[in-house]
Ligand binder design. Structure first.
Ligand SMILES: [Zn+2]
Length: 311
């Protein structure tokens, strides 16, 4: 067992829980709170308005009320649609077992369906709850994500590689499923390339030449990490270098940011063709199975989830 890794026991009743319904309810409440923040308390005034009888309401009030109800209904449908189509929500069974490398109570380690780099050195840490970002997941889930990160650092270190973690948390209106990507880089490359600087410069450029406000936030564990240092509800990009140091950037203009931002930087560090990142090949089930087997050789000594099943 790796030092510092916390283990939480899996209880039977947690597995049998109707997780899907719970997820929809949590997300509805999160979205409603976010709308109140964006639009002011009036978004939450429907109940008060309903206390007035229809006779007392003006035409304008009735129109406003219908608009609010329509908006809420639309969001509810959008959420349900996103969850039912989400490839990372296990209830949908779209994710073949071969892509899942390891799994704890609330988090799984997955091979991406698209192959941006070679072999299993690009992995996804995926919470099972359909949260919009790591900023939003439950505390237990976050603890398990950290466990996976610590164990990946240990496993790849043994294979002479360093772990870079990053998260693209944006376009919340499409109700995305939060993911932390992990890319392992051979030490012989990472020691020569100043990876931190590559990212810092790239993030500086995201702000645009004319911007006077550089919005790079240095993420520190003693300041509470990403979950305390980024305000809730804001889109952001976050990169972390082996959990030693990290940067985050609040994305002001979502149209100027690409989910390939970190992938392009890493492709250039790893001397991978940019086309691999921009139009990646699909990883077949057969390939995933082979790479899963290869990964287990370096992972089995560090797999903290084995301790869960032994308890
Ligand atoms: Zn999902």
């Amino acid at each position: 067992m790796l030092k510092g890794v916390k283990v939480r026991k899996v209880y039977e009743d947690e597995i049998d829980e109707p997780a899907r319904e719970k997820k929809v309810k949590i997300l509805e409440s999160q979205f409603h709170k976010q709308k109140i923040r964006e639009k002011g308390q009036q978004f939450d005034d429907i109940d008060e308005d309903e206390e007035k009888s229809d006779r007392q309401k003006t035409k304008e009030e009735r129109n406003k009320e219908n608009q609010k109800k329509g908006e809420m209904l639309f969001q509810q449908r959008q959420l349900q649609k996103a969850i039912s189509e989400c490839e990372f929500c296990l209830s949908n069974e779209k994710l073949s077992q071969y892509y899942i490398l390891s799994q704890s109570s609330n988090v799984m380690l997955v091979l991406p369906k698209q192959r941006f780099y070679n072999s299993y050195t690009h992995l996804l840490i995926v919470p099972m709850e359909h949260a919009l970002s790591i900023r939003d997941v439950e505390d237990d889930t976050y603890e398990e994500i950290r466990n996976f990160q610590k164990c990946l650092i240990g496993a790849f270190d043994k294979a002479n590689m360093e772990c870079i973690f990053y998260e693209n948390a944006f376009k919340f209106k499409y109700v995305p499923h939060a993911i932390i990507e992990c890319v392992a880089i051979p030490y012989k490359i990472s020691k020569e390339a100043n990876i931190n600087l590559y990212f810092k410069q790239g993030m500086d450029e995201l702000d645009g030449f004319w911007s006077t406000h550089k919005k790079i936030i240095e993420i520190h564990k003693n300041k509470g990490g990403i979950r305390k240092q980024i305000p809730k509800g804001f889109p952001y990009f976050y990169v972390d270098f082996s959990l030693k140091s990290g940067y985050a950037h609040v994305i002001e203009n979502e149209n100027n940011f690409s989910s390939n931002f970190a992938r392009e930087i890493l492709a250039s560090i790893l001397s991978v063709e940019k086309s691999n990142v921009l139009s990646p090949k699909v990883r077949t089930e057969q390939e995933a199975k082979q790479e899963n087997d290869q990964f287990q050789l370096i992972w089995k000594q560090y797999d903290w989830t084995l301790a869960l099943t032994r308890q």
